[in-house]
Design a protein. Structure first.
Length: 148
């Protein structure tokens, strides 16, 4: 039997160390490449999000900010803050809470929404239509601007 005579199981420690060191270098390079790729993806994603938000503002007339949080029942709840394009006061905004599972939007009370309770009752309460509510608000703001 030739067991124990300098074969693979024998004392080739320096060769194993060299292989391990080479593997570390290869893995470090892979991490570097993946880190750069992740950074490029994050940057591209941020650019697309920014473009989308600008387009929503231009097309629909609202700047939209999003805040995600966990509700008491462990569901994800997202709040969307809508600021009408042509309103100049920072306090004039609408707040909608959207349930992550059902997708339903609920208008949260703000000083701005409370000033238009009749419209809230009509469009959201009676007709269950957030789009009709925001479209009506957009037209009211537009009419106010053009009549000045």
């Amino acid at each position: 039997g030739g067991a124990g005579r300098g074969g693979p199981a024998g004392g080739g420690g320096s060769g194993e160390a060299a292989v391990a060191a080479a593997n570390v270098v290869v893995l470090q390079k892979q991490v570097e490449v993946l880190t750069k790729k992740e950074s490029r993806l994050k940057s591209a994603f941020q650019e697309r999000i920014s473009l989308f938000m600008d387009a929503c503002n231009t097309i629909f007339g609202y700047r939209i900010d999003m805040r995600a949080e966990k509700a008491a029942n462990n569901r994800s709840v997202t709040t969307f803050i809508l600021r009408p394009m042509h309103e100049t006061e920072e306090s004039l905004y609408l707040s909608f809470r959207v349930d992550g599972k059902s997708g339903k939007a609920e208008l949260m009370p703000t000083p701005y929404s409370e000033r238009m309770q009749r419209e809230v009752d009509t469009f959201i309460g009676r007709y269950k239509s957030v789009p009709a509510f925001t479209a009506n608000l957009t037209m009211e703001i537009f009419n106010k601007m053009t009549l000045q």
